[in-house]
Design a protein around this ligand. Sequence first.
Ligand code: ADP
Length: 637
Amino acid sequence: MSGRIFTAPIKSSWPITAARLILCLLVWGALRPAALAAERNEPKRVLLLHSFGRDFRPWSEYARSIKAELERRSPWPLDIQEHTLLTARFNDPGPEAPFVNYLGSLYQGAPPDIVLSIGAPAARFVQGYRAKLFPKTPAVLSVVEQRLVNGLDLTDNDVVVAVRNDFMAAFGNILQVLPDTKTVAVVVGASPLEKFWIDEVKRELKPLAGRLDLIWYSDLPFEEILKSASTLPPHTVLFWGLMSVDAAGIVHEGDIALRSLHAVANAPIFSYQEPFFGGSSVGGPMHSVGETSSKTIDAAIRILHGEKPAHIKYEPIEFGPPKYDWREIQRWGISESNLPPGSEVLFREPRLWERYRWQIAMIAAVFLVQGGLISGLLHERRRRRLADVESRQRLAELAHLSRYAAAGEMTTSIAHELNQPLGSILTNAETAELMLKSASPNLDELRAILADIRRDDQRASEVIRRLRSMLKKTPFEVRDVQLNSTIREVVGFVADLAQGRGVVLSYAPAASELYVRGDPIHLQQVLLNLIINALDATAEVQTSKREISVALSRTGSYAEVTVRDTGPGIRADDLKTIFNPFFTTKPQGMGMGMAIVRTIVEAHHGTVSAENLPSGGAVFTVKLPILRSTFALQQGG
Ligand code: ADP
C-alpha cells in the first residue's frame, strides 16, 4: 500500500513538472528577446578622454578613428562624451584637482559604461582617479607606449592597448633609405612626456653612436627650429618625434608645425607615426592607426557585452609594414631600390597615360581609324592609278587600231598625195636628163629643176612622216599642246580625202594660240574620228553642197573645238547613246569611234557633246581646259 502511496505521486507529478518546465521555457523565450532588445536600446555612455586636445596629432587621428570604428560597430545607441586633459599641455603642469572635481560632479551617480583613454597622460589620469570618479567602470587605455603603462595601478577592470616605439627600426630605416646620412636632427618638444622620450631615444640609439650624430631641438622655440632646419648641412635628415609644446611653451596643435617645417626644411623628414605620413614625411615603418583603433574597439565591445576586462589581453602593437610617400622619394632623389622589400609606395603621381587614359585611348583610336582610312585611301588611289594606267594603255591600243582603220580608209587619198610629188620628181628628172644631153645645157634652168625635185621630195617625205606619226603606237604622254597647229595638221591630213569625196573642209583656228595639257596624238585622234564621221555623214545626203567646218575658239577657261557638217544629223533618240561603245548605225560600223572620242576627252578633263544644227547636219563640240599658265598669261596680256 505504502509503495503505491510512494510511487503514485511521483508518477502523477512528472507531467506536471514537465509542463511547468515548458511553460518556463516559453515565458523565458518570450521574455529573452524583449530583454535583449531593451539591452540593445539602452544607450551606452562612453567617456573618451584625450591627452592633449582633440586636435593634437598623432592622438587626434587615433581618437577620430576609434570613434568612427565604435560608431560603426556598436549594436547599441551611443552617448560619447569627450573630455580633454589640458594639464598635459603644460611643461610645468598645474593641479589637476579642478578637472577631477568637474568630472566627479558630472558622473556622480551616473558613471559611464566604459572609459576610453587616448595617449599616456590620459591613461595615467584614469588610473590615478578612477577610484574616486567611477570605481566600477571598466577602462580601455589605448595608444599608450608600453614604457608609459603604469603596470602597478592596473586593475582587473582595465584593458591596455599598448604600442611599442622601436626607435632602432625607425633610425635603421633612415640609414637604409639614405645610406649617406651622417646627422639626424631630432624635432621634439619640451613637455614632460616629450622629455621622457628624449632620454628613451638616446638610450635606445646607443648602438648607433659612432655612425650617426644626433642634434636635439628640444631646447629651441619652434621658430628657431624652423631657421635651423632650413640650413642643415648635407647628409642630414630631420626626425619628427613630437612637437606638442616647444621650449617657449607654445602649444602646437594639428599638423601646422610639421607642415611649416616641411615647407622650409632643406632635408627630408622622417617619422614613425602614420598620422604624420602623407604630405610631409618620407615614410618607413610606422604605427598604424587602423590596427590600434580596431583592437581598442574590439576590447570595448567585448567589455560592453559583459566580458571581463581582465580576460582581454593584447601584446604591444609594433610598427606596421613600411610605407613611403612617392613625392618625397622623388623630391630627395631616393632610389626605390633602397626601400626595404615589401614596402608600399603611396601617392604616386599618375603617369600621363594613367591621368589621361581615356583621352589617350580616344586619340589613339582616332589615329588608328585615320591611319586605316589613309592606308585604305592610298591603296585605293594606287589601285585607281593602276587601273587608270591600264585603261589608258587599252585606250592607246584601241586608238591605234582605230587610226589604222582610218588610214585604211584614206589609202586612196594618201596614194594620191604621194603620187603627185613623185610624179613631178620623175618629170623633172627626165627633163633634166634631156637638158644635160644638149651641148650647152642651161645651168640656171637645171638648178631650178633640182630645187623643184627637192621641194617635191620634201612634200612626199612630209606625207610619209604624217602617216607614220599617225600610225605610231604611242603610250599616253602628257605635255603642253598647241591646239591651233595640232588641229591644222589633222585637217591637212584628211584634206585630200575630203576633196576626193567632194567635201569642202575648212578650218578656222583661234585668234591666239591656245594651250592645253595632254597627249597631242590622242587629241588628233579625237579630231580625226569626228572629221571621218562627218565625211561619212555628208556622203549620206544627195546635195551639191557638202561642207565640214572645223573651228577652234576660247570660251572662258576652255578651248572649244567644233566640227560641223552638212550631213543628215543624228536621230534625237541616238543623241544620248551616240558616245556609248558599239553604238553604230552603219552596216560596216564598229561603233567605237565616238566612245574613243569621249574617253580621250574625259582623260583630258574635258567634255564632248553632239547636237543637231537647225540648218541640218550635226555639230560636235569638244571642250578642253586651257593650261592655267597660258590662261593667266592671256588674262594679264
Ligand atoms: P561607227 O562610225 O563605226 O558607226 P562611231 O562611234 O564613230 O562608230 O559612230 C557611232 C554612230 O554615231 C554612227 O554610226 C552614226 O550613226 C553616228 N554619228 C557619228 N557622227 C555623226 C555625224 N557627224 N552625223 C550623223 N551621225 C553621226
